[in-house]
Ligand binder design. Structure first.
Ligand code: GDP
Length: 168
């Protein structure tokens, strides 16, 4: 799972795992710099990539991040699915677009997870999703899952998508 700092990744992981305090919900955006692994049902790992796009991160840390993610996405043979998280309220940032280009370039199976759906009204969903799709230049047939960690919207859909990709 990848996404810019503060996108709601830790909250979503907590919601998905149905327990609090498993993934750290960070008070300081950009705090997590390492990969966090969660072993699920002794079957597979859910991997939390460090958040990107935090302005105060020193340049060498940014470089390290880029290298790590590039290595991870480029070379990890058993990586089944990459979920890229974007906040429903904002058009994707330059870093979001770069991240998506990585995924597309490496041909990684991926899905877009739209976070914090509860922050806008339902009537606005489609308009915001359209901006996200157009800004990222999302490839056709890419799953887009609308989620909220407040309401658990999208939780089952997300697990279903993950499950589909675990089957060899
Ligand atoms: P991370 O940096 O991507 O791990 O983001 P966090 O999970 O720490 O969330 C960043 C902030 O957004 C926190 O204040 C969360 O409480 C809030 N947040 C995360 N997900 C949601 C959501 O689905 N709905 C709402 N309303 N707030 C959320």
């Amino acid at each position: 799972m990848a996404g810019r700092s503060n996108v709601g990744k830790s909250s979503l992981i907590n919601k998905m795992l149905n327990r609090r305090g498993v993934a750290r919900v960070s008070a300081t955006p950009g705090k997590t710099q390492q990969l966090n692994y969660f072993l699920i049902n002794n079957e597979f790992h859910l991997v939390d990539l460090p958040g990107y796009g935090f302005a105060k991160v020193p340049i060498d840390v940014k470089r390290q991040w880029g290298k790590m993610v590039e290595t991870y996405l480029g070379r990890r043979d058993n990586l089944r699915l990459v979920l890229q998280l974007v906040d429903i309220r904002h058009a994707p940032s330059k870093e979001d677009v770069e991240m998506y280009q990585y995924l597309a370039h490496y041909g990684r199976p991926h899905g877009i997870v739209v976070t914090k759906a509860d922050k806008i009204s339902r009537g606005q969903y489609q308009k915001h999703i359209k901006v996200i799709k157009e800004t990222l230049k999302v490839l056709p047939n890419t799953p887009i899952i609308l989620t909220s960690s407040e309401t658990a919207l999208g939780r089952d859909e997300l697990w279903n998508l993950i499950e589909q990709h675990l089957i060899p």
